[in-house]
Structure formats: C-alpha cells, structure tokens
Write a protein that binds this ligand. Structure first.
Ligand code: G4P
Ligand code: NA
Ligand code: NA
Length: 194
C-alpha cells in the first residue's frame, strides 16, 4: 500500500533491535484518514469472504480494525490483555508470549461475542514473531468459528511470524512488508500490486 509506505518513510524511525517506531500515526497519535484508507484496503482484500466479525487485540490493533469494521459493516472485538472487572462472563483465554517484553500474557475474549456461526478476520498493527496473531487464531479455533484470514498493517517479513501463519495455511494479507531495518534503514519487500 503506497500511501502507507510513504507515511512510514516520512514519519517512521528505526530504534535499536529492529523496532520501527510509528507513534506519529499508528501506535500513539493516530491518523484517522490513513486508518480509513487502511480499512478500505483490508475490506477490498477480503471482499466476498462472508466475514461476520473482526477480531484484534488491544491497544494498537483497535484503530485499523474499527475502520475496517466500519467499511465492512461488521462488529469489531478486541481481545483484552487484562481482565476487566466487568468481564464476568465465560471467556476464551490463551497465553501469548511477547518477545519484545520478554513476558507471557493471558489474552481473553468473552464467549458471548464469538460463536461457531462466525467467519472471522483477525487484524493487527504489527506482525513480528506472530505470537499475538497466533493467540487470536487459537481463540477463534476454540470458539468453533471459521478463521477467514489475517490482515496486518505492517509485517516485519524478516521475523518468523508471517511464515509461521502461512505454513498453517492461514491467509495472511499485509499492507506493507518490511524486509530489513538493518543500519536503521527501512527497506520494503518488493510486492505485486493486487
Ligand atoms: P508478535 O505478536 O508478532 O510475536 O510480536 P512481539 O511479541 O514481538 O511484539 C510485542 C508488541 O510489540 C506488540 O504490541 C507488537 O505489535 C509490537 N511490535 C513488534 N514489533 C514492532 C515494531 O517493530 N514496532 C512497533 N511499533 N511495535 C512492534 P503490543 O505490546 O501488544 O502493544 P500495543 O498493541 O498495545 O501497542
Ligand atoms: Na499490536
Ligand atoms: Na503495538
């Protein structure tokens, strides 16, 4: 997605340990117009797949997911990292290991929002090692819903998450794929326009 690549080049910075900082439009301050374009692009790529729900994880997956849900006219669920006091219902829960934080975390979704009638699109801001997306996929599986695919705003293609999901025959669409952040330079993977 050209506008997203341009935005990353103009506003993104590379931190040590291959981390791309995009807090100016995605991870802290949010650019609503760009999020809407992202939503339209996910809707286009997953058109005609009968999606009934979008599933993401708090916090940074929410903005692109809500815009996609708006365009597709489907509800958006975000998995919670901390159980809220109002989460008294039965939960689907799974453990996710964060490599960047070096810790294991439980993520949960209330059983009342996912059923075996649903066709689910998972969306997240980053795909690195794939732990978050994989955890969300496990929750979809546990609910008996159908996982239609995974939409990622920024895939770090030099990390193993993309291969991990695709090797499980999961349909992954990333709007931009980054090949390398070495020497603090952002290099995008060559892509075919679809
Ligand atoms: P994984 O889910 O792909 O395995 O990712 P990992 O554990 O490595 O990353 C943990 C957190 O860091 C996730 O956000 C993920 O989106 C984010 N992340 C991974 N690589 C980058 C990067 O290069 N740049 C930025 N900005 N984020 C990255 P999170 O902790 O769940 O936070 P949030 O969603 O509340 O923002
Ligand atoms: Na995230
Ligand atoms: Na994040």
């Amino acid at each position: 997605m050209k506008v997203l690549e341009e935005k990353i080049l103009s506003k993104g910075t590379v931190l040590p340990n291959n981390v791309l900082k995009v807090d100016g439009f995605l991870n802290h301050q949010i650019d609503p117009e760009l999020m809407l374009e992202i939503g339209k692009e996910f809707a286009r790529r997953f058109k005609g797949k009968g999606i009934t729900k979008i599933l993401t994880i708090e916090s940074s997956g929410i903005a692109p997911s809500v815009m996609t849900g708006l365009v597709m006219h489907v509800p958006v669920i975000f998995a919670r990292k901390k159980k809220s006091q109002t989460m008294v219902d039965d939960l689907f829960t799974t453990a996710v290991f964060s490599y960047t934080k070096g810790e294991r975390q439980e993520i949960s979704v209330s059983k009342k929002f996912l059923s075996n009638q649903d066709r689910v699109l998972i969306i997240d801001d980053f795909l690195a090692n794939g732990e978050a997306a994989y955890g969300l996929a496990k929750i979809v599986e546990e609910s008996g819903a159908q996982l239609v695919g995974v939409g990622i705003v920024i895939e770090k293609a030099f990390q193993k998450g993309g291969d991990r999901l695709r090797s499980k025959k999961i349909h992954v669409e990333s709007l931009v794929a980054i090949d390398s952040l070495a020497n603090r330079e952002i290099s995008f993977k060559k892509h075919k326009e679809v």
